[in-house]
Each structure stands twice: as structure tokens, then as C-alpha cells.
Design a protein. Sequence first.
Length: 319
Amino acid sequence: MSGVPLVSILCTTYNHEAFLRAALNGFLLQRTTFPFEVIVHDDASPDGTAAIIREYAALHPDIISPIFQTVNQRSLVPGKVMHTIHAAARGKYIAWCEGDDYWTDPLKLQKQIDHLESHPEDVLCFHAVQVEQPDGTIIPDRITHVPKANTTLEEIALKGNYIHMPSVVFRNVLGELPAELGLSPLGDLFLWVLLAEHGNLHWLPDMMATYRMGGRWSTRDRHAQLLGTAVCHGALATWAQRTGKDPLAGIFIKRLRGFLTMPRSPLTTADLDRFAGMGPTVMQEVSKARRRLIMGRPMALLRRCARFLKRSVLGLTHG
């Protein structure tokens, strides 16, 4: 496919040997009136992921451009992978699909680019997906609930992440990504917020991709997912305050506070350490949570002692 690509498809991989061919085939099956490129980043996978990338790059050198790491970057510098692959994109538009997800409609890119080309007010276009469980069963998407077709910056801040990564195509308008992205375990939500500064996020009802359960995020327990989201909100609040967006920062601080004050939360001091390096308002909330955690331990012990004494007294009375 000759010429400067209109679309850069970004694919991040790690230990995706069992799934990557489906993702790459979904890219290559796209029928478009414009050129596109596929940039595949492998983060030093110990399995056969890199070999599959080399195989496809050799067959399609005019489309597929690999980036290979010899040392896992995600474990060294959080956010480095997203910075690296995003900086390599040459297209006017960027599509994203991780190596364990895949596209199911050969007209996906064409439909989304047609929409964005005719709707300059929209910066990102996403669509419905189906979900594949670890046993291969396909089920409807019950993970996300799209509130309405057009999403603004304030709405995505208030409602959180309901956009699946393999469904997005967006304008390549961000330039260098902010340093605070490296503080967030959720790069996608951070990215959607950054993009929403440039226009609406538009939803299409077409089912055009599959999101696989069983990846790093979907296999985490509920507390780990809530903690990751809270850390992301802390990073977003830090970025918003640094860039003078105080009302937006207030929304993220409120959502962070909601997590930190959840009743019966299994929050630990190690969890709170995840917020290190964030802005002063975030750290004030974390300090309050740390004090509650420290004070809560003796209070919990006193309550347990009181219950024990009550049971003992009742036992003596009835005896």
C-alpha cells in the first residue's frame, strides 16, 4: 500500500502468541479507499509473539512496521509503550487495537474515517463491540454502557471509561503526550480525556470488533480494578491542575475521594503508595485516607473486643 498513510493502526503486544494472528488478519482484511499503516509494538514478549510479527512484516513490508523491545518497557517506565508507539504514527488518524483483540468488519476503518471526514466537530469515533470469554464463547458487551451517541469532555470525566480500545479511530492531534500519563495504569481513559479537549467522541452502533476477556485488566479482581481507576483519576487530576483546568480536576478529585472513602474497602497502605508523585490536592486526599486507615485499625480492634466482652457477659448471664 503506497503513499503516506491516512490511518496509522497501532497494535501493542505482550505474550499474545495465541491471539495476534487474528488481530493482524483483521487489519489486513480492511477494504479502504486510502492507504494505512500498521505499527506493531512488542514489549519483549518471552513467547512467540515477536516471531509472528516478523512473519507478517516480511509478507507485508509496505504495511506492517514492527517495533521490538529487548527489555520490557512497561515494567521499567509506566506509559513508555504508549508514548513510543503513538510517536511513530504518521497518519492523519490513529486506530488502536491491542494484540489480543481483533476486528470483525472489513469496512470498519472506511466507515469510521467517512464519519470523521464529514464531521469535523468529532475528534474520535468508537463503536459497539462483542466480548469473547476465555473459553471462546461470544457474549454481548455488558462491561460498558454508552450514555449517548456524542460524548463531551465533562461527560467522559463524570462517567468514566465506556470506550473499548479496539473500537476507536481518532484524529492524530495530541502531539507529545503528557508526563502524567506515565502515572496512570489506564492509558486508554487518559487518552480519551485528552482527545475530548479537541472535540466530541461519537458512538456508532455497528458491531465491528471483539474485545477478549482474560487480558491483564479483565482478570484483575474488583478491588484491583477500582484501585487502578482511582490511580488514573489521580493522574488525570494532577494533569488537569498543572494545565489550569481546575473544574475538570475537581471532577477527578471527587471520583478519587469516592474510592478512598468506600465503606468496608480492603484498602492498604501499599495501595496508597501507588499515588506517589501526584499533585498536592491528590496527595491531600491520600494523606486523609492514610490517617483513616491507621486510626481505623485500633478502632476495629476495640470493636472486636467489645463484641467479645458482650458475648462473654451474655454467656455468664445465661449460664
